[in-house]
Ligand binder design. Structure first.
Ligand code: MTE
Length: 321
């Protein structure tokens, strides 16, 4: 399906930042993130009073620190939770923070099916071992040429896959987001072919970097960031990092992906960050780190080449963009 509505992603690189948020970032840099940051968001069209009242209270999560830390400045929490892509809640960056209070992440369950030893519908707590949560600081690089550095909390995807037992012939892992019009007003509009789906090769899924996040900044995931569990694949474009997962399917065929269906020439299955490949509407060579002035060079595999380049040996990474 091709997208008929113009997406905010599809604006030019210079146009993707609403002015109010840009002002907010300037405020962050001055070091007064919280209060003034929200004032800036109100300028971007968000009624801060209205959505603040609807936000759920986020519990702190016990976790250990892991060695995953690029030693770069963290993106201010208010930017991480107020500048989002979550099309089930609208296509503007400020929409998810304003609308995602409708999501009910507790209780939550995830169906696991396909080529696994223990197919079942698992309660969230049975799939994610909350006693072994770790914090990993990972970059998230959006195809729209902005990036953030975020302290995520979660477990390796491989730990979840070990629980359900991957069968011998499995080659791919597919993921699906909830698509409930009662909780997600955006799915009434066919901006994407719902439910949102994504996929990885089994080797990508088992790579030690691949992470299932249940929290950020020491607390449970806010709804707009994909509560209660979402994928983080740090060397991939952000659109691989599917939110609010309700289904995981192991199989031997490459799964379809939402962005691949909507615009196959723009969003490849492999979607490794490749600064040498032009996105049809903008360059991928540089990125704006949210909270900073100017742009920095985009790194191949988002800087994680040492850990993952071997997964793509022999593959044409321009073709498989
Ligand atoms: N997952 C779902 N279900 N729906 C979405 O629209 N957007 C993707 C990804 N996961 C998206 C999604 C895109 S394009 C990006 S860049 C990241 O989520 C953004 O994650 P963030 O809002 O936590 O920064």
């Amino acid at each position: 399906m091709l997208i008929k509505n113009k997406k905010s992603w599809h604006e030019s690189e210079n146009a993707v930042t609403p002015e109010g948020l840009y002002q907010t970032r300037r405020t962050f840099i001055k070091g007064a993130a919280g209060i003034v940051g929200l004032a800036g968001l109100a300028g971007a069209g968000v009624a801060s009073g209205a959505f603040a009242a609807n936000q759920r209270v986020l519990n702190k999560l016990d976790h250990t620190k892991s060695g995953f830390d690029p030693r770069e400045a963290l993106t201010p929490e208010a930017a991480v939770t107020n500048y989002n892509n979550y099309y089930e809640y609208g296509t503007d960056k400020a929409d998810p923070a304003a609308n995602a209070w409708r999501l009910q992440p507790k209780p939550w369950s995830v169906s696991v099916d396909g080529m696994v030893d223990k197919p079942a519908t698992y309660a969230f707590e049975d799939l994610v071992d909350m006693q072994s949560l770790e914090e990993r600081i990972y970059r998230l690089r959006c195809v729209e040429a902005w990036s953030m550095v975020i302290p995520w909390i979660g477990v390796p995807l491989s730990a979840i896959l070990a629980k359900v037992g991957v069968q011998g012939g499995a080659k791919y892992v597919g993921f699906e987001t909830l698509a409930d019009p009662k909780q997600m007003p955006g799915v009434r509009r066919r901006v994407l072919d719902w439910p949102y789906v994504e996929g990885l090769t089994l080797a990508e899924a088992m790579n030690p970097l691949t992470f299932v996040a249940v929290g950020l900044y020491g607390k449970e995931l806010p709804n707009q960031n994909g509560a209660p569990l979402r994928l983080i694949v740090p060397w991939k474009y952000g659109y691989k990092s599917i939110k609010s997962i309700v289904r995981i399917t192991l199989g031997d065929k490459q799964p379809e992906t939402s962005w691949g269906r909507s615009a196959p020439s723009e969003y490849g299955f492999y979607s490794n960050v490749n600064p040498l490949v032009e996105h049809p509407r903008w360059s991928q060579a540089r990125e704006r780190r949210i909270g900073e002035f100017g742009r920095r060079k985009t790194l191949m595999f988002n800087g994680y080449g040492e850990q993952v380049a071997h997964l793509y040996a022999g593959m044409d990474l321009r073709e498989n963009h």
